[in-house]
Design a protein around this ligand. Structure first.
Ligand code: IDP
Ligand code: MG
Length: 139
C-alpha cells in the first residue's frame, strides 16, 4: 500500500481565502505535508493533468476553472493516504458530500469543489511526479 497522495487546493478555495483552513483540516486529520507549492497552472498543464477526462462534457470548463487562479498542490503522507484523503474531502459534488468533509464546508459547486485527491495508488504516484521532483519531497 502506498502511503502518499496528491492533493490540490483548487483555485476557488485559494481565491476564497480557505487555504489555511483547509491545510489545518488536513494536518489535524493526521496527514503530513511532504511537499507543497503555490502555482498558477498553464492551460497545457491543466489539460495534461485532467487528460483522463478529455472526452467528458465538462473538460473545457474544468480546464478554464483550474487555470483561473493559483492553486496549491501538496504531496501528503498518511497510512492508506489515498482512501483516507478521499474520505476527508467527501463526494465530488458538495451537495452529496458528508457533513464535516472539506468539500461540504468549502466547495462552491460540483466543478469548483475546493480540492483534488488522487483516486488510486497508481495515480497518486503519477500525480505527485507531475508537480514535484523527488528531491522536492521530504523523506
Ligand atoms: P474527483 O475530483 O472527485 O475525483 P472526478 O470525477 O475525477 O472527481 O472529476 C474531476 C473534477 O472534474 C472534479 O473534481 C470537478 O472539479 C470536475 N467535475 C466532475 N464532474 C463534473 C460535472 O459533472 N460537472 C462539472 N465539473 C465536474
Ligand atoms: Mg478524480
Amino acid at each position: 500500500m502506498n502511503n502518499k497522495t496528491l492533493a490540490i487546493i483548487k483555485p476557488d478555495a485559494v481565491g476564497n481565502g480557505f487555504t489555511g483552513k483547509i491545510m489545518d483540516r488536513i494536518i489535524s486529520s493526521g496527514f503530513s505535508i511532504k511537499a507543497a507549492r503555490l502555482l498558477h497552472l498553464s492551460r497545457e498543464q491543466a489539460e495534461r493533468f485532467y487528460e483522463v477526462h478529455k472526452e467528458r462534457p465538462f473538460y473545457q470548463d474544468l480546464v478554464d476553472f483550474m487555470t483561473s487562479g493559483p492553486c496549491m498542490p501538496m504531496a501528503l503522507e498518511k497510512e492508506n493516504a489515498v482512501a483516507e484523503f478521499r474520505q476527508l474531502i467527501g463526494a465530488t459534488n458538495p451537495v452529496e458530500a458528508a457533513e464535516g468533509t472539506i468539500r461540504k464546508d468549502f466547495a462552491e459547486s460540483v466543478q469548483n469543489n475546493a480540492v483534488h485527491g488522487s483516486d488510486s495508488d497508481k495515480n497518486s504516484e503519477k500525480e505527485i511526479a507531475f508537480f514535484f521532483s523527488s528531491n522536492e519531497i521530504l523523506n
